[in-house]
Design a protein around this ligand. Structure first.
Ligand SMILES: Cc1cc2nc3c(=O)[nH]c(=O)nc-3n(C[C@H](O)[C@H](O)[C@H](O)COP(=O)(O)OP(=O)(O)OC[C@H]3O[C@@H](n4cnc5c(N)ncnc54)[C@H](O)[C@@H]3O)c2cc1C
Length: 480
């Protein structure tokens, strides 16, 4: 292969999945050479089936392509603006799927592989990297995904601290705060405990009567569940039992566990003690998302909606993320990474993709895109330009590197969990940003929610275009 040489020394990218391929592309497009190290071809993973770069391990969907009112659609649009190779190949290999962007998976992965192989500044090496990058790789990105090979995973754990690299199986759903019925629910911390940095009103509580509790437990036990796949044979993480497994252990188990009513008084009906309570805890710094405390689950997605909307106050809940069962490897990014995705303990070493705690193909690729641009800027002697948090790029990056709230009252628990992009991660609109449609007397409910999404989407795209204009990736000095 006749590759170009460049006056810059290369950036090393480990892992040629969604994130690593995008990172390599962005770096090379900036005129900086890249060595992309991908182990498939030498060693497989439990989920990948081919040696192609950017293989989609499960569904073939990039989810909604609606850039006017869907957060992942906005992320698609921002990635297209930034010259994403993943989006370019997805668009070229699109298959009909309504409002979603779905792709021919083989055509897509082959197109990414071909584009990367043909890029004059990218060299692909098929090899397993077994430890942290050697010091002479002064700029490197680890994008080895949720199925990072064991030796490298051990090395990352050793560098970041024993508890920082988390393996988990079940995750709890996250709810958009503005879809919780506060005429039924109330804010209160158990025993009004203020704790360090709390207010005594940090949780949202949903009360259940005895018959509601019994019906809920029955529905949990009867609900359709995901089975373990071969690669998911790891045992449950301590303190992280799926809620339906707890329910199966006895009718009262949940009432003495995550649904215990002690220390809580229903603000709407103080004289009647709830039989059980579901608590939701703020999940992001903006206070727009709340996670269901102790509600990690392996119920199938459809069943989760049905069963969790039986909870009083959550009848109309919209979920930013549903619970799920995965074997997954990710680092505690809010603690370990700086805003430019660099490991605080080691200059020049970045992380990208699902291993940083984002969730999903598009999110992984987008964090690869950012890591690539940041590394290229650094190689060229510039400061990495951080996207504004009003963009989908910035909102997701902000969540990963700093937006997540660590719970004070559950020290040692793994509270940072993988997250899809969603409007709950975006900062609120300025007051007055929403105008009532002409002639409309009222402006609330669904209409208002949809106007809010549209306004956030349009602000994101406009701010992203400005950010990209100011931070053009200019091809560097490359010579054959
Ligand atoms: C089983 C499973 C199913 C999923 N299904 C979906 C889904 O349907 N939809 C969705 O949006 N998201 C899904 N995800 C989540 C996530 O979007 C994907 O895992 C996505 O591929 C993550 O992109 P990535 O680039 O971070 O990792 P990957 O795409 O997994 O890429 C990582 C690459 O690093 C390589 N690698 C690993 N270790 C080494 C090493 N030591 N040396 C060299 N190379 C190495 C791997 O071979 C791989 O090619 C799923 C995840 C899993 C595990």
């Amino acid at each position: 292969m006749n590759k170009l040489t460049s006056s810059y020394s290369p950036v090393h990218v480990i892992g040629g999945g969604l994130a690593g391929s995008e990172a390599a592309w962005q770096i090379a497009e900036a005129g900086v050479p890249v060595i992309l190290h991908e182990m498939r071809g030498v060693r497989g993973t439990d989920a990948h089936k081919t040696d192609s770069l950017a293989e989609l391990v499960c569904s073939n969907s990039f989810r909604s392509d609606d850039a006017t009112s869907n957060a992942v659609g906005v992320l698609h649009a921002e990635m297209r603006l930034a010259g994403s190779i993943i989006m370019r190949c997805a668009d070229l290999n699109q298959v009909p799927a309504g409002g979603a962007l779905a792709v021919d998976r083989e055509g897509f992965a082959e197109a990414v592989s071909a584009a990367i192989a043909a890029h004059p500044l990218i060299t692909v090496l098929r090899e397993e990297i077994r430890g942290l990058p050697p010091k002479e790789w002064d700029l490197a990105i680890i994008a080895t995904g949720p199925l990072t090979a064991p030796d490298l995973a051990d090395a990352i754990r050793a560098e970041t601290g024993a508890d920082a690299l988390a393996f988990f199986d079940a995750i709890a759903p996250i709810v958009h705060a503005d879809t919780i019925d506060m005429d039924i629910c109330w804010h209160q911390s158990r025993y009004d405990k203020v704790g360090p940095g709390g207010t005594g009103k940090d949780y949202i509580n949903c009360p259940l009567k005895q018959e509601e509790y019994n019906a809920f437990v029955d529905a949990l036990i009867a609900g359709d569940k995901t089975g373990f796949k071969e690669w998911e044979g790891t045992p449950y993480f301590d303190g992280c039992l799926p809620i339906e497994v707890m329910a199966e252990r006895g009718r009262e188990t949940l009432r003495h566990g995550p649904m215990k009513p002690m220390g809580l008084t229903n603000a709407h009906n103080p004289s009647v003690k709830p039989y059980a309570v579901v608590q939701l805890r703020q999940d992001n710094a903006l206070g727009t998302l709340y996670n269901m405390v102790g509600f990690q689950t392996k119920l199938k997605y459809g069943a989760q909606g049905e069963v969790f909307r039986m909870i009083p106050g959550l009848e109309k809940a919209e979920f930013a993320r549903l619970g799920g069962l995965h074997r997954n490897t990710y680092i505690n990014s809010p603690t370990l990474l700086d805003q430019s995705l660099t490991l605080k303990s080691r200059a020049g070493l970045r992380f990208a993709g699902q291993i940083t705690g984002c969730e999903g193909y598009v999110e992984s690729a987008s964090i690869g895109l950012l890591a690539g641009r940041f590394a290229a800027a650094e190689r060229k002697g510039a400061s990495p330009a951080i996207p504004p948090e009003t963009t989908a790029f910035g909102a997701l990056l902000n969540h990963i590197t700093g937006g997540h709230i660590v719970s004070d009252d559950e020290p040692g628990k793994r509270s940072f969990q993988p997250m899809n992009v969603n409007f709950g991660l975006f900062p609120p609109l300025d007051p007055g940003a929403l105008t009532r449609p002409e002639g409309a007397k009222r402006f609330r409910g669904k209409e208002k929610a949809s106007a809010k999404k549209q306004a956030m989407a349009s602000r994101a795209l406009s701010d992203c275009a400005t950010w990209l204009d100011k931070n053009l990736l200019i091809g560097g000095a490359a010579t054959r």
